[in-house]
Design a protein around this ligand. Structure first.
Ligand SMILES: *[C@@H]1O[C@H](CO)[C@@H](O)[C@H](O)[C@H]1NC(C)=O
Ligand SMILES: *[C@@H]1O[C@H](CO)[C@@H](O)[C@H](O)[C@H]1NC(C)=O
Ligand SMILES: *[C@@H]1O[C@H](CO)[C@@H](O)[C@H](O)[C@H]1NC(C)=O
Ligand SMILES: CC(=O)N[C@H]1CO[C@H](CO)[C@@H](O)[C@@H]1O
Ligand SMILES: [Fe+2]
Length: 608
C-alpha cells in the first residue's frame, strides 16, 4: 500500500477477505489489463440488450491468456468472488449479479415513468428542484458564455400538462427540473475534445395528480461552434411513443442519464460526502482528546473514511484511474468536482436546509418536521426526514448532558479549536463564507454535529448503496456517451428506424469501460460483514455515562421504528414513487441490513 493514513484511521478490524476497499485496487491493477487484452480482439460495443444481459446471466467467458492467469494468481479468490466465477475447468467467467432494476422486468427501466421516479427514489435523489421560473434561466456569466437561458417554450410542454397552461403549472408547483446545464456547460468544449461526446442537459418534469412525475421536455445544449462566448446551441426534445421520434426521445433520456451518472459520482457521492468529511476527521483527531464527549459522539462516524478516501485517490479518482477511464468528464473529473466545491455550503447540507433550498419543501411550523414536502411521495425526503429528526434528537439529548449551559461551550478550548481548524484549515478555501455556523450555543453545537453525522451516515448511504442496484444494468445508468444525437440523413439516423437499441448502445459506454465500471460499483454497493449501522457501537464501553448510554439506546429503538414505518410505506400501493411499476421498495434509507449487496442499510460512516 503506497498510501499514508495515520494508524488510528487504518482498516484493521476486518478480516483480509472482507477488504472491499482493497478489491477496488485489485480491479484497477489486475482486471483492467485483462479486459484490455480481451477487447483488443473484439469490438467495444454491445450489439443488443441481450448482449448486456449476458454479463448477468451466463457470464462472459474469459480467454485462457496469460493476463487472466495472472489475475487469478494476483488476487485472493475470496476477494474477487463477487465478480469472477472460476469454473471447474480452465475457463474463467466474468459474471455479475442481477441488478435490482431488471430483477422483475427487463424493460421497465426504459419507461418515462421509471426515468422520472428515479429522480425521487433512485441513487441521485438530491438534485431535483422545483422550477421557480419558466423558462429556466442560467447563472453563467454572459460575458464569458453568452446567452445560456433555456430555449424551452410553453408550446413544447403544454401538450403534456393535463390541460394546464405552463404558467398555471408553474404557479401550482407542478413543474420540476433536473438541471445540469450550468455545471457542465463550461466544461463541454474540453470534454468533447476527449473521446466523450456529451451535452449539458435540462429536464423538465410535470407533477401529476397521483404525485408521480412525467418528463415533458429535455433540452440538450452544446457550446456555440464559433466559441463559447457566443452562447449555447440547444435542441428541445419532447416525449414521443412511436417511430423515429420515440427512438430520439429515448436517446435524449440517455444523454440525461449520462449527465446524471457523472454528477452523481463526482459531486453527490465523492465531493459532497467522501471529500468534505476529511477535514472533520482530521480536526477531531488533532483537537479533541479521546475522552472528550464530542470526540466520543463523532468518532464512530469517521470509521474507515480516511482509509477508503486514500484508496480512492490511489485507484479510482486518480489521474488516469478508473473514474477518468469510465466516466464522461474523463481527465476533467476531479477539476469539475473541485470547482463545484467552491459553491458547496455546510449550511445547505442538513436535509431540511437542502430541501428548502431546492424548493422541494416549504416551512410549516405545525408539522413535526417543521416542513411540508411539495411532492408528498418523495421517498428520499420522507425517509430522510424521519432519520434526520432521530439524529437530531439523539445529538440534542447527548450534548445536553455535557453542555447544560452555553458558556461551557464557549469556554471549551478543545471544542473551539476543533471547529476553528475544521473551518479555517480543513475547509480553508471556504473559510470566509458567511454561512459557517458559529459554535457558541447548544443549538449550534447540535446542528453542526447532526449535519456531520447526517452526511457520514444517511446521505452517503442514500447515494452509495443503490449504485449497483440501479446502475449495474448499464443502459439504465450509462457512465458516458461516445457520439452525439444522430443527424437527419446519416446512417445512424436510418438505423434508428430499424434498430434503435443498437444506436443507443453505440452511443453509451462501451463494453470495456462498462465492465470496469460495474465491477467498481458492485464493490461500492456492498456492505462488509462487520458493518456498524446507525445507532450501533462497536462496544458498550464507549462511555460510562448512564444517561448517554440510555439516550443511545433510545436512538436505536427509534431507528427500529423508522425501519418498520419504511416497510409499511413500501407496502402502500398508492405511493407510486416508492416501488412504481418496476416493483422495487425504496429501502436505501432503511437503517439496517445484512452483509452484501442489499440496497439498504445506513452504516455509521463512509467506509466504501
Ligand atoms: C436570461 O434571462 C434572465 C431572466 O429573464 C434575463 O435577465 C437575462 O437577460 C437573460 N440572459 C440573456 C443573456 O439574455
Ligand atoms: C398564481 O397563484 C396566485 C395565488 O395562488 C394567484 O393569485 C394568481 O392568480 C395565480 N396566477 C396564475 C397565472 O394562475
Ligand atoms: C397510503 O398512502 C396514502 C397517500 O399518502 C394514504 O392516504 C393512505 O392512508 C395510505 N394507506 C395506508 C394503508 O397506510
Ligand atoms: C470532437 C468534437 O466533436 N469536439 C467538439 C466538442 O465541442 C466543442 C464545442 O461544441 C466543439 O468545438 C468541438 O469540435
Ligand atoms: Fe461511497
Amino acid at each position: 500500500m503506497n498510501i499514508y493514513v495515520p494508524r488510528d484511521e487504518r482498516f484493521g478490524h476486518l478480516k483480509m477477505s472482507d477488504f472491499l476497499g482493497y478489491t477496488i485496487k485489485a480491479v484497477a491493477k489486475s482486471l483492467l489489463p485483462v479486459l484490455q487484452a480481451v477487447f483488443d480482439k473484439t469490438p467495444n460495443t454491445f450489439d443488443s440488450y441481450k448482449d448486456v444481459l449476458k454479463l448477468h446471466e451466463g457470464g462472459l467467458p474469459l480467454p485462457d491468456i496469460p493476463q487472466v492467469q495472472a489475475l487469478m494468481q494476483a488476487i485472493p479468490l475470496e476477494m474477487m468472488k463477487s465478480i469472477l466465477t472460476p469454473t471447474t475447468g480452465q475457463r474463467s467467467f466474468l459474471k455479475f449479479p442481477m441488478p435490482l432494476i431488471i430483477h422483475n422486468d427487463k424493460w421497465i427501466w426504459k419507461t418515462d415513468e421509471e426515468f422520472a421516479r428515479e429522480m425521487l427514489a433512485g441513487v441521485n435523489p438530491v438534485v431535483i428542484e422545483k422550477l421557480k421560473e419558466f423558462p429556466p434561466t442560467s447563472n453563467l456569466d454572459p460575458t464569458l458564455f453568452g446567452e445560456q437561458n433555456s430555449t424551452i417554450t410553453a408550446e413544447h410542454i403544454e401538450k403534456n400538462l393535463d390541460g394546464l397552461t405552463a404558467e398555471q403549472a408553474l404557479n401550482g408547483s407542478r413543474l420540476f427540473m433536473i438541471n445540469y446545464h450550468d455545471t457542465l456547460m463550461p466544461y463541454l468544449s474540453r470534454i468533447n475534445s476527449t473521446s466523450s461526446k456529451v451535452y449539458a442537459t435540462r429536464t423538465l418534469l410535470f407533477l401529476r395528480d397521483d404525485d408521480s412525475l412525467k418528463p415533458i421536455a429535455i433540452e440538450l445544449s452544446l457550446p456555440h461552434p464559433e466559441g463559447e462566448q457566443h452562447g449555447a446551441v440547444s435542441t428541445v426534445y419532447t416525449p414521443a411513443d412511436s417511430g423515429v421520434e420515440a427512438a430520439i426521445w429515448q436517446l435524449a433520456k440517455g444523454f440525461v442519464a449520462v449527465n446524471d451518472y457523472g454528477v452523481h459520482q463526482l459531486i453527490s457521492h465523492w465531493m459532497r460526502t467522501h471529500a468534505v468529511m476529511e477535514p472533520f476527521v482530521i480536526s477531531t483527531n488533532r483537537h479533541l482528546s479521546t475522552l472528550h464527549p464530542i470526540n466520543k459522539l463523532l468518532v464512530p462516524h469517521y470509521r474507515d473514511t480516511m482509509n477508503i478516501n486514500a484508496l480512492a485517490r490511489q485507484a479510482l479518482v486518480n489521474a488516469g484511474g478508473i473514474i477518468e477511464f469510465s466516466v464522461f468528464p474523463s481527465k476533467y473529473a476531479m477539476e469539475l468536482s473541485s470547482v463545484i466545491y467552491k459553491s458547496w455550503s455546510f449550511a445547505d447540507q442538513s436535509l431540511p436546509a437542502d430541501l428548502l433550498k431546492r424548493g422541494m419543501a416549504v416551512e410549516d411550523p405545525s408539522s413535526p418536521t417543521k416542513l411540508q414536502l411539495v411532492i408528498k411521495d418523495y421517498p428520499y425526503a420522507v425517509d430522510g426526514l424521519a432519520i434526520w429528526s432521530e439524529i437530531e434528537s439523539w445529538v440534542t439529548e447527548y450534548c445536553s448532558i455535557y453542555y447544560p449551559d452555553d458558556s461551557i461551550i464557549r469556554n471549551d478550548a478543545e471544542l473551539q479549536s476543533w471547529w476553528k481548524e475544521a473551518v479555517e484549515v480543513g475547509h480553508g478555501d471556504l473559510k470566509n463564507k458567511p454561512w459557517w455556523p458559529k459554535l457558541n450555543s447548544l443549538p449550534e453545537l447540535v446542528h453542526i454535529c447532526s449535519t456531520i453525522i447526517w452526511i457520514a451516515s444517511a446521505m452517503h448511504a442514500a447515494v452509495n448503496f443503490g449504485q449497483y442496484p440501479y446502475g449495474g444494468y448499464l443502459p439504465n445508468r450509462p457512465s458516458l456517451s461516445r457520439q452525439f444525437m444522430p443527424e437527419v440523413g446519416t446512417a445512424d439516423y436510418e438505423l434508428l428506424k430499424t434498430n434503435p437499441d443498437k444506436v443507443l448502445l453505440k452511443t453509451i459506454t462501451g463494453q470495456l469501460q462498462a465492465i470496469l465500471e460495474i465491477s467498481v460499483i458492485e464493490i461500492l454497493s456492498t456492505h462488509a460483514s462487520d458493518e456498524l449501522y446507525l445507532g450501533q457501537r462497536a462496544s458498550e464501553e464507549w462511555t460510562n455515562n448512564a444517561k448517554a448510554l440510555d439516550a443511545l439506546k433510545r436512538f436505536g429503538s427509534k431507528l427500529k421504528e423508522v425501519e418498520k414505518r419504511i416497510a409499511e410505506l413500501n407496502k402502500n400501493k398508492s405511493l407510486k414513487n416508492r416501488g412504481g411499476s418496476v416493483k422495487l421498495d425504496y429501502e436505501l434509507l432503511s437503517p439496517y441490513s445484512e452483509q452484501g449487496l442489499t440496497a439498504k442499510g445506513i452504516p455509521n460512516s463512509i467506509s466504501i
